[in-house]
Design a protein around this ligand. Structure first.
Ligand code: SAH
Ligand code: SF4
Ligand code: F3S
Length: 488
């Protein structure tokens, strides 16, 4: 593996990749075997959720067909791409700062093309060309197939824009070129867009209508991954439980539960994760499918956003606090060891102290293993921006967020402590971040485990680890044995 600067091969948690824009501006490493001499090179930085990271791999595949090889040095590229996120204002500000840093590359070599892809391209459209003078290409999430013609047009000195959204595009036939892969876990995009219209959210506007990818191409991608030595896939969609595909030939409908089962059946060696589940859509059938297959991971990301019914209604989440709590208890009943995580927004429009206390109370009741917490950031064009006033002062938003974070900190530490003295099966993902003498991998319920190497096990192996101690983010232990799974 050739390593480049600014890479983080180890993924701290699958969920973090889904929507935490702290994983920003990641450049990639390129497996040595695929690093052929190319005449032209592209450089890509990805921001935002896992869907964007998965899209960058589709883009890399399309560009390779056009004769572009990947490089991790912007200065070596003829084409610089930034795959952007619009979820919060902060995400867009980071990208704008990055663009101004890239100005120096363009000044040195004016023939370099700079392209803005993804959600910010979709949101701002041609305006981006006016606002950011050095940008040559603006390409929305459904228009990546037109990249070659857009690049030719930009090469001839024209500004090139395609932000058309599609009702059908899934890129199902494109085999992603794995960027920054640890060789063990990979994303598989199973659907695109979102029909939910949560009032705070920009995604339905940047990603368009929801559509599901065909089952055969998903299964083909998963089979190829296992043949290439991968051991874990995360099925990605903004709302995976509404996956729905009809096989025209047989008339059979494939729901998310059925899809999960089909992927799980590919091999007991393949762990299956998924994200994100909407509380209104996750079904009993999905829970029972997870229960039936030990290789479907015991981990569900179930974003609640708020604990107050009044706020949930304004957010257009279409469930109540009681409905949500009932889902959580059902998950714990069917899958007692299941990890549950959430997303929470502090300070949404009109949120009172009482609403905030309701959120803290719900967190207490759910006892989350992991939470991603944000303060509300108004997004232009969303329902909330049009209908409600962003009236909670920033100081109050931040104070409430801090209270949510403080409560969660205690909860996540207790959740880690519960695993001490237990033995878990861990899939080894690679060296620990801090020491080459240790492996790092995750349990089925998505907790990171670090343990000393024993000279026998390797990356991609399943091993049993006895947990001896922990921090708030990591379990530490000793390997007891190689599990039987490795011999399958
Ligand atoms: N489809 C996923 C979420 C995608 S966005 C779902 O429905 O859960 C990831 C998270 O970002 C959301 O769950 C929400 O907590 C947060 N988020 C979205 N829009 C936001 C905004 N305008 N301000 C603050 N946080 C926001
Ligand atoms: Fe946004 Fe809601 Fe769709 Fe998630 S489900 S992407 S929060 S609109
Ligand atoms: Fe993802 Fe950000 Fe777009 S969270 S869908 S990249 S707005």
């Amino acid at each position: 593996m050739i390593k480049f600067a600014k890479i983080d091969l180890m993924r701290e948690s699958a969920m973090e990749l889904v929507h935490d824009e702290s994983r920003q501006g990641e450049v990639f490493s390129v497996p040595a075997t695929t690093h052929r001499p190319f005449r032209k090179h592209f450089y890509i930085e990805s921001y935002g959720c896992a869907m964007n990271f998965a899209d960058s791999e589709v883009i890399a595949s399309l560009l390779q067909k056009e004769g572009y090889g990947p490089t991790s040095q912007a200065e070596q590229a003829q084409l610089i791409l930034i795959n952007t996120c619009s979820i919060r204002d902060k995400a867009e500000q980071t990208i704008r700062r990055r663009l101004s840093e890239l100005r120096s590359v363009k000044n040195k070599n004016p023939s370099v093309l700079i392209g803005i892809l993804g959600c910010m391209a979709e949101r701002l459209k041609e305006k981006l060309l006016e606002q950011e003078q050095l940008v040559d290409l603006v390409v929305g999430p459904d228009a990546y197939r037109t990249l070659p013609s857009l690049i030719s047009s930009a090469d001839e000195g024209n500004k090139a824009v395609n932000i058309l959204l599609s009702r059908e595009e899934t890129y199902g036939d494109i085999a992603p070129f794995r960027l920054n892969s640890n060789g063990v876990s990979a994303f598989i995009s199973i659907m695109r867009g979102c029909n939910n219209m949560c009032s705070f959210c920009v995604v339905p506007f940047t990603r368009g209508r929801e559509r599901s990818r065909d089952l055969p191409s998903i299964l083909q991608e998963a089979r190829q991954l296992i043949a290439d030595g991968y051991r874990e896939v995360t099925l990605l969609g903004q709302n995976v439980d509404s996956y729905y595909w009809v096989d025209e030939a047989t008339g059979v409908t494939i729901t998310f539960a059925r899809l999960l089962e089909e992927v799980a059946l590919i091999s007991p060696l393949l762990r299956v994760r998924f994200s994100t589940s909407h509380p209104k859509d996750i079904t009993e059938e999905v829970l029972q499918t997870i229960k039936r297959y030990p290789n479907i991971c015991r981990y569900i990301h179930l974003p609640v956003q708020s604990g107050s019914n009044r706020i949930l209604q304004l957010m257009n989440r279409t469930y109540t606090r009681e409905w949500y709590l009932a889902k959580v208890s059902r998950i714990r009943e069917v899958l007692p060891e299941c990890g549950i995580s959430t997303d929470i927004i502090a300070g949404f429009c009109t949120e009172t102290e009482e609403d905030h206390l309701q959120t803290l109370d719900l967190m207490q009741q759910c006892d989350y293993d992991l939470a991603y917490m944000y303060f509300y950031s108004e997004r232009p064009g969303t329902l909330a921006e049009r209908r409600y006033e962003d009236d909670v002062p920033e100081t109050v938003k931040k104070r409430r967020l801090q209270e949510i974070i403080d409560l969660h900190r205690g909860q996540s530490l207790r959740s880690m402590q519960k695993d001490v003295n237990k033995t878990w099966e861990v899939l080894i993902e690679g060296n620990s971040k801090k020491s080459d003498a240790h492996w790092q991998g995750r349990t089925t319920h998505n907790k990171m485990v670090v343990f000393p190497k024993n000279g026998i096990s390797g990356k991609g192996d399943y091993v049993e680890v006895l947990i001896t101690h922990c921090t708030a983010g990591t379990l530490m232990g000793e390997q007891i044995s190689q599990t039987v799974l490795n011999q399958v």
